[in-house]
Design a protein around this ligand. Structure first.
Ligand SMILES: [Zn+2]
Length: 165
């Protein structure tokens, strides 16, 4: 990533042309967990943010990062659901219901991240079991690229394309 890149939100185009945006502060946090060194474990957490009222964009304003109770390995990340849920609930309360659960993120030790079989299974399960307003997003932070997918309650998951600046 060039230093210029970090000055922009990480913006993807959704089906229908609307945007899914990872804000600069969140992108800076994600970069700290990029598995650029062999010894670094997978990291991840939940995405928190808002739907712009005019519908033009859904913006990630905050994320959770690995918490105690999470188990981290080079190619696996297990989230301690209850602690992350407490943060989601707190964000909802303190924002008067504007800051909401938007999905999940985790890192992969590969330049261009591809979802693993475990990721697909996990995502499908979340689409059915998680509480959210459609859609939810799945972000994988690779060592060079970051990719995002959008999921719907009917089980459909589509990759989003990054807007190049
Ligand atoms: Zn994965």
């Amino acid at each position: 990533m060039s230093s210029d890149r970090s000055m922009w939100p990480y913006t993807f185009v959704r089906p229908g042309g609307f945007h899914f945006e990872i804000s600069v502060p969140v992108w800076l946090i994600m970069q700290r967990f990029q598995q650029s060194e062999m010894h670094m474990a997978e990291a991840g957490g939940v995405l928190l943010g808002r739907h712009l009222r005019d519908g033009s964009a859904i913006i990630v304003d905050d994320i959770t990062t690995p918490l105690s109770g999470d188990r981290r390995a080079r190619v696996r990340f297990f989230r301690a659901q209850r602690r992350h849920q407490a943060i989601i609930d707190e964000a909802w309360r303190t924002s008067n219901g504007t800051c909401t659960y938007l999905g999940e993120w985790h890192t992969h030790p590969e330049p261009i991240p591809t979802p693993s079989a475990v990721d697909w299974t996990d995502w499908q399960r979340r689409l059915i079991s998680d509480q959210y307003s459609e859609p939810i997003f799945f972000v994988i932070v690779g060592t060079k690229h970051t990719s995002a997918w959008e999921g719907r309650r009917d089980g459909g998951i589509v990759p989003l394309s990054l807007i190049q600046r």
